[in-house]
Design a protein around this ligand. Structure first.
Ligand code: SAM
Length: 289
């Protein structure tokens, strides 16, 4: 009880310390000679400062309005979850491949979307990195996909392919993207083990890959290994929820040490990896947020 109160009291100063530290690290990254790390540093700096041009703000505000609408929705839909369930679920591979069927309120499903700050990080990464081809695993109701599409639209180039297992959820994501009039993105429905290969084939070479789907050690490593031949040299892969459970943390450490990963930025919630075919050296940055 006392420990909980102390932790609550320390939350604000700890958070402020982390933000100050992350801002300092972002400046350091932004001064890198490597153009990709420089772009990532600038993106993180702008996201931390919530710095938005009027055009960016207009799109971000519209996406947040759509999020608000979905969060308030009491509509009930059928959900087929091909993922890992909760952080401490122990689903077998067979259960995950078959998919766990249930019904859920749209407002509740929409809570799975990345919160506004992390969605802004994705948006700024795409604004700075200017990818031609992007792939997302885990569309959900289309909030992160909308942020990515908005950034591509403002860049004036690039396409997004986003994959979602649950048909009813994928339909809501399509509505989100249609509502925003984004014509640079498509949602593919089906479990990743059925859709990923063909999607990568059509999207390759992929410059930006956001992996926010199946939060399971083996799945993350398997999909990462499958993605490698389809990723462009110097592409950027963002992994979500790298500290969600010990398995996800283990997967992240393996990715940090992978021979085709030349630099990593560990933000504790998400991890960013820079892919190089022949890395000369490895750089690791840590800025927990
Ligand atoms: C955390 S949510 C994605 C949130 C979304 N990226 C956002 O921020 O707006 C993960 C989504 O991945 C889907 N998913 C998880 N595992 C999957 C799998 N193996 N195949 C297909 N879809 C999967 C789930 O149905 C869920 O909608």
């Amino acid at each position: 009880m006392i420990k909980r109160i102390i932790n609550k009291l320390l939350w604000i100063p700890r958070k402020m310390y982390r933000i100050t530290n992350a801002k300092r690290e972002a400046v350091r990254l932004a001064s890198s000679h490597n153009p990709k790390l420089k772009a990532i540093g600038e993106a993180l700096g702008e996201a931390l400062a919530a710095s938005l041009s009027p055009e960016e703000k207009q799109l971000v505000d519209r996406i947040e309005q759509r999020r608000g609408f979905l969060l308030r929705s009491e509509k009930i839909i059928e959900v087929i979850d091909y993922g890992a369930g909760n952080a401490d679920s122990r689903r077998t591979r067979e259960e995950m491949n078959k998919g766990v069927r249930s019904t859920a309120v749209v407002g509740k499903v929409s809570q799975w979307s990345k919160p506004a700050f992390w969605a802004l990080v994705l948006f700024k990464l795409v604004r700075k990195l200017e990818p031609n081809s992007s792939l997302e695993l885990g569309t959900c109701v289309g909030i992160s996909a909308a942020y990515l599409s908005a950034a591509l639209q403002l860049n004036g180039k690039g396409r997004l392919l986003s994959l979602e297992g649950s048909p009813a959820i994928a339909e809501i994501a399509r509505e989100t993207l249609r509502d925003m009039k984004f014509e640079n993105s498509s949602v593919i429905t089906g479990p990743f083990y059925e859709t990923l290969k063909a999607s990568m084939e059509s999207a390759k070479p992929i410059d930006f890959f956001f992996n926010d789907g199946h939060h399971d050690h083996d799945a993350v490593i398997q999909y990462f290994n499958e993605s490698l031949p389809n990723l462009a040299d110097q592409s950027v892969v963002v992994f979500d929820d790298i500290s969600w459970n010990p398995g996800m943390r283990k997967a992240w450490v393996e990715i940090e040490n992978h021979p085709q990963v030349s630099a990593t930025i560990d933000l504790e919630t998400i991890g960013i990896a820079l892919i190089s075919r022949h890395p000369a050296r490895k750089e690791k940055f840590r800025m927990p947020l």
